[in-house]
Write a protein that binds this ligand. Structure first.
Ligand code: IPT
Length: 954
């Protein structure tokens, strides 16, 4: 039981083999176990591995589970830094040790047949005893381990004891950016030893002939039956050519049911025919280059951590497929094996990554990195073997990844060499080998767009070694991580997508990452690093997913869905252009309904017939009256029939184009405006009609996003340094000019001489309308991007509904706005909020033409019209409240509604890990004018908020 601190990956284990279920009997050992957490391995209760031990004083713990999520010890989060000294292979002395015990009964008739005890995942090191006999031990948390129990198994009562150490030598190889969570967190099962111990399916597809070949290497001779292809009881080990098969792809996950038989045993399997190659500098499947529209997926559930149910695995895949995601990198360890079977079934490309990361050595310049230390060689190879052997029969797995962020070294090379030998059918990925000496694809994380562009043209910076350079330059390129989805963002997805479209070499990438790893917490809602008083931690860096911890899609996923849509629909001029961006499928599974909306109200609809890629003429639209409003044609691509991952009618893609412009606004007769409408001390408007307001005034501040807070020189630091979070407004003058009222102010922060002069020209128009023209003039040096440029006002708290015509339904920012479509929407103020786990700027609706904010009482409302558009944010707390809060649960509604009306906001970028806001989306300070009209809503209900209005949400 001392191996937890040596280099060896384990002892007493069976050789790794494929994951599969035969019809051999099995005993499921999941369930409630007796449990005791000792403070260190040496403190485990004496004799607690022996059958006679009295465990009546122990508690209970479910298997699979992490003990920290059941009241024993506490979760801890670090990204790169190890939470213990770099002292390999020694774990720290404070090494909580979980002692597990359970009994099971064995039918006496079965006892003689022996057994195999299989663990799918134990974090981080464990030793197993059956009936007091030590069977062996194993490290490698997210990898299976099997033990032969034949000599130890008894008829009747059996006692299984497991001791799991939280830390081990293996922990040095498991420094992934995630929570440190321990225990038996995947299934445990006792199998009758299978006759057929292992097999390796080779099922290739020849795209030139449409034929396939199947051959299955087996550990003992077996026969293969594949009824659909006319194979009945043929020797499995011989190649069988099939003249015509339907190939497996992520878009068309065609699986053939088959059966291997040997002795009396049968193994059901599902075979997918496909061929993966790197040829002519491209990664191809079945002869065609593919595009990754991927995500990095950690296994996560906010209540059970990395112990995830099949239901959760399926939920992930369905959500991915419904958001046009076609690929998963299993960052940074093999997932539960069932997940990969579901990927086979539902169709996702998988880059299967080994359970390996030594990132914390970065902080000591990679001194002592295990990747380059021969003493760790066996542990590295062991991890790779266990993954490849387990998952080799999954058609969805098209690439093996050696691990993540583990520097370089011969142990990695050895993993690659072994893998190439064992499975030449799949290319090898490893990002941190920047010279790609042992990888088959060139891969980077978080490069800026200009670098991706150079790589796309195969014009990247040369390597010193010309042979190595020639090798790498000939490889396909993927982004194993890009677009860090932390908090509000990522911005700039479409800029990457354009490069993937432009350069065949750029075969897409994997957004970092799929899910926020928040942990359900009684006080905080969702906890992140530091919430468990960890000594070292990395705060909310673990909250960086495209879905919230509860798997609600965040706006980042909605944007990604739009950016990567497999059909591009552009509506413009006098035609609709349809581009098929699938790698394999045509458009026959889609229907193309269209709607024509005048100011967001449907005036005509229909369905385009027989759509093929290319130009489709515009449908015949109704004649609209001379004074009709702005009109848009929206064409959608929806599933014509249900697919296993979504119902018929599910929207895959859409495009919109304006078919009639915004009508010219008639200038309304002006009235004289009374100075009394303004606060004489501040110059702020006091009411719109009968509705009391704290009138609009210049606002430059937003609660910094995680991306604003990232990068070498975070925007946030610049903004706070310039005092944008504490601007003061000085009234310079308020005067009548003709019938208008002109309010001049100077807006600046303590200690600074830079200022914005803001001039508000108010005019009264017929019908109680108030038009505001804001002129902004920067004074002094404003050599940085502004968070926002606009107005903030306060309305009475009775306002609770927002209806608008413009971009929606979700939030949008300059570099994350593809998913916003022009329409008419209605929501409550609460529904306008995006509940980022770590509070920050959110909820901006772009391109708003008009909005009506109303409450229960007649007349209790405000209409705002843009000239032509504005950005709209409505919330019950201020930007300052958002800025101060650390968890969503801390946001408490105030007795007012705060409304931001923006001319523009800065983009989002992805600087929390990666490049900041691109120049095109940066909001630079320059003289600007901005006009809006305000009017009291007098009807019972605003017209925008009418229920049942087509094109509305919420
Ligand atoms: C990169 C890691 O591979 C990933 O695990 C995660 O930590 C991500 O960053 C950030 O969330 S490594 C980083 C140094 C680019």
């Amino acid at each position: 039981m001392s191996e937890y601190r040596d280099f060896s990956p384990g002892s007493g284990r069976r050789a790794p083999r494929a994951a599969f279920a035969s019809d051999a009997p099995r005993i499921d050992l999941n369930g409630v176990w007796r449990f005791h957490l000792a403070p260190a391995p040496g403190a485990a209760p004496e004799g607690s591995h022996l059958p006679g031990f009295d465990d009546s004083g122990w508690g209970e713990l479910p298997v699979p589970a992490h003990w920290q999520l059941h009241g024993h010890g506490r979760p801890a989060y670090t990204n790169v830094v190890y939470p213990f000294p770099l002292d390999a292979p020694h774990p720290p002395d404070e090494n909580p040790t979980g002692c597990y015990r359970r009994e099971f009964e064995l039918d006496p008739q079965r006892a003689g047949r022996g057994g195999v005890l299989r663990f799918e995942g134990v974090d981080s090191f464990f030793t197993v005893w059956l009936n007091g006999r030590e069977l062996g031990c194993s490290a490698g948390s997210r990898l299976p381990a099997e033990f032969d129990v034949t000599g130890a198994l008894r008829a009747g009562r059996n006692v299984l004891a497991i001791r799991v150490t939280q830390w081990s030598a293996g922990s040095y190889l498991e420094d992934q950016d995630m929570w440190w969570l321990s225990g038996i967190f995947r299934d445990v099962v006792l199998l009758e030893p299978p006759v057929l111990n292992d097999f390796f399916v080779h099922a290739d597809y020849d795209h030139t002939t449409g034929g396939g070949t199947v051959r299955i290497e087996t550990s003992v001779p077996a026969t293969l039956t594949l009824p659909e292809l006319g194979l009945h009881g043929v020797p499995s080990d011989e190649p069988h050519s099939i003249p015509a098969v339907e190939p497996w792809t992520a878009e068309t996950p065609r699986l053939y049911d088959a059966e291997l038989a040997t002795g009396g045993e049968r193994v059901a399997l599902r075979i997918g025919f496909r061929t993966v190659r790197v040829e002519d500098g491209l990664l191809t499947v079945n002869g065609r280059p593919i595009r990754f529209r991927g995500v990095n997926r950690h296994e996560w559930h906010p209540e059970t951590g990395r112990a995830v149910s099949e239901e959760t695995m399926r939920a992930d895949i369905l959500l991915m497929k419904r958001h046009n995601v076609n690929a998963v990198r299993t960052s940074h360890y093999p997932p539960h094996p069932r997940f990969l079977e579901l990927c086979d079934e539902l169709g996702l490309w998988v880059v299967a990554e080994c359970d390996l990361e030594t990132h914390g050595y970065f902080f000591v310049d990679w001194r002592g990195n295990p990747s380059a230390d021969p003493r760790w060689r066996e542990a590295y190879l062991d991890r790779m073997r266990r993954m490849v052997e387990r998952d080799k029969n999954r058609p969805s797995v098209i690439m093996w990844s050696l691990g993540n962020e583990s520097g370089t070294g011969d142990n990695l090379r050895a993993m690659a060499e072994w893998t190439r030998e064992r499975d030449p059918s799949r290319p090898i990925h490893y990002e941190h080998d920047h010279d790609s000496t042992y990888a088959d694809v060139y891969s980077l994380m978080y490069p800026p767009v200009d670098e991706v562009d150079r790589i796309g043209r195969r014009e990247e910076e040369p390597l010193a070694d010309t042979a190595a350079d020639a090798h790498r330059r000939a490889l396909p390129f993927v982004l194993c991580e890009y677009a860090h989805a932390m908090g509000n963002g990522p911005g700039g997805l479409s800029d990457y997508e354009e490069l993937f479209d432009r350069h065949p070499r750029c075969q897409g990438g994997f957004v970092w990452e799929w899910i926020d790893h928040g942990i359900v917490h009684p006080e905080h809602g969702h906890a992140y690093g530091g919430d468990f008083d960890e000594e070292v931690h990395d705060g909310n860096f673990v909250i960086d997913g495209l879905v919230f911890p509860d798997r609600t899609p965040s706006p980042g996923l909605i944007e990604y869905k739009k950016v990567i849509e497999p059909v591009r629909i552009s509506v413009g001029g006098d035609a609709i252009r349809i581009e098929n961006r699938h790698d394999f499928r045509d458009l026959s599974h889609l229907a193309f309904p269209w709607t024509c909306e005048e100011e967001g109200v449907v005036v005509a609809e229909g369905v385009l017939e027989d759509v093929t890629p290319g130009e489709v003429p515009l449908p015949k639209l109704p004649e609209l009256p001379e004074n009709a409003g702005e009109t848009w044609l929206t064409v959608r691509a929806v599933l014509a029939a249900a697919e296993p991952w979504a119902p018929a009618g599910h929207e895959v893609a859409w495009g919109q184009g304006r078919v009639r412009p915004v009508p010219a606004r008639p200038r309304r007769p002006r009235r004289d405006l009374d100075l009394d409408a303004f606060d004489p001390l501040t110059g702020r408007l006091r009411a719109v009609g009968g509705l009391a307001v704290a009138g609009p005034r210049l606002d430059l501040w937003r609660a910094p996003t995680d991306n604003d807070r990232g990068g070498p020189l975070p925007d946030e630091r610049v903004w706070r340094g310039a005092g944008l979070d504490r601007l003061r407004h000085r009234l310079v003058g308020i005067e009548r000019d003709g019938g208008d009222v002109v309010v001049r102010t100077r807006v600046a922060a303590a200690g600074h001489d830079r200022a914005m002069s803001a001039t508000y020209r108010w005019s009264a128009e017929e019908g109680g309308r108030l038009r505001l023209e804001l002129g902004v003039e920067p004074e002094g040096e404003w050599n940085f991007a502004l968070p926002r440029l606009g107005l903030r006002m306060e309305l009475p708290s009775g306002i609770d509904r927002v209806a608008w015509y413009g971009g929606g339904p979700g939030e949008a920012y300059a570099d994350s706005r593809q998913a916003a479509r022009i329409g008419r929407y209605a929501m409550t103020v609460e529904e306008m909020q995006i509940p980022y786990v770590f509070p920050q700027e959110n909820g901006n609706r772009m391109d708003v033409r008009w909005a009506e904010l109303t409450g229960g009482d007649p007349g209790h409302g405000l209409r705002i019209e843009g000239e032509p558009v504005f950005g709209l944010t409505v919330r019950r707390w201020t930007s300052e409240d958002l800025d101060a809060a650390r968890h969503h649960a801390e946001l408490v509604p105030r007795e007012a509604v705060y409304v931001n009306l923006d001319l523009a906001q800065n983009g989002l970028g992805t600087a929390s890990c990666g490049p900041g806001v691109l120049p095109a989306y940066r909001l630079t300070a320059r003289p600007a004018t901005f006009a809006l009209t305000f009017a009291q809503v007098t009807g019972q209900r605003s017209r925008g908020a009418m229920p049942g209005m087509p094109g509305t949400a919420g």
